[in-house]
Ligand binder design. Structure first.
Ligand code: SB7
Ligand code: NI
Length: 183
């Protein structure tokens, strides 16, 4: 199973490189990596397993964060309306997005960053993502709110981008933001 010692930290060059496309059909090894990434998210959100293995709770994980430089992400998030979004994907791609932007009220964090980095991270309010699911179905999904933010954070990891690269100081104070109780 994946634990915190498998998660690489800022300063590691893999976090700054562009991950490679996964060849579909995926190899057994790639599929197993993606399955373990999702298992990590479940374990990290379960108070017993999180405590037992010392896991920081995570709502998303990108393969480069476990030093696998391939385009795979796992997302497990309860959105602001109480709906669960669970996705394990190969080669996710944002194919369209809103003009409107959003942000998490209290900024973002990252399992690969062991410090608080304050600041607002502008994200598209709505995105459409195409990807191949772990079951190898071509999917197209429309996302908004917290789920859309998490997807953008994870897809950024595939492109060597960290959340703090996007922090802006001069932000519109009237812009609608998502309360951080949903983080
Ligand atoms: C806040 C947290 C995350 C995404 C967007 C806003 C996920 C944190 C866990 N990760 O480091 C995943 O890359
Ligand atoms: Ni991250």
């Amino acid at each position: 199973m994946i634990t915190m010692k498998d998660v690489i930290k800022e300063g590691h060059p893999t976090l700054r490189s562009v991950a490679k496309e996964v060849e579909i059909p995926a190899s057994k090894e790639d599929k197993e990596t993606l399955r373990k990434m999702m298992e990590f998210l479940h374990n990290s959100q379960n108070p017993e397993t999180a405590e037992k293995y010392g896991l920081r709770p995570g709502i998303g994980l990108a393969a480069p964060q476990i030093n696998v430089n391939k385009r795979m992400i796992a997302v497990l998030v309860n959105d602001e309306n109480g709906n669960l979004h669970e996705y394990a994907l190969y080669n996710p791609k944002i194919v369209s997005h809103s003009v409107e932007m959003t942000q998490l009220e209290n900024g973002e964090g990252c399992l690969s960053v062991d410090r608080d980095v304050p600041g607002l991270v502008p994200r598209y309010a709505r995105i459409t993502v195409q990807a191949t699911s772990i079951d190898e179905e071509e999917i197209s999904i429309r996302l908004k709110g917290l789920t859309a933010i998490v997807f953008q954070h994870e897809i950024d990891h595939l492109n060597g981008i960290m959340f703090y690269d996007r922090i802006v100081e001069n932000n519109d104070p009237f812009k609608k933001s998502i309360p951080s109780s949903f983080k």
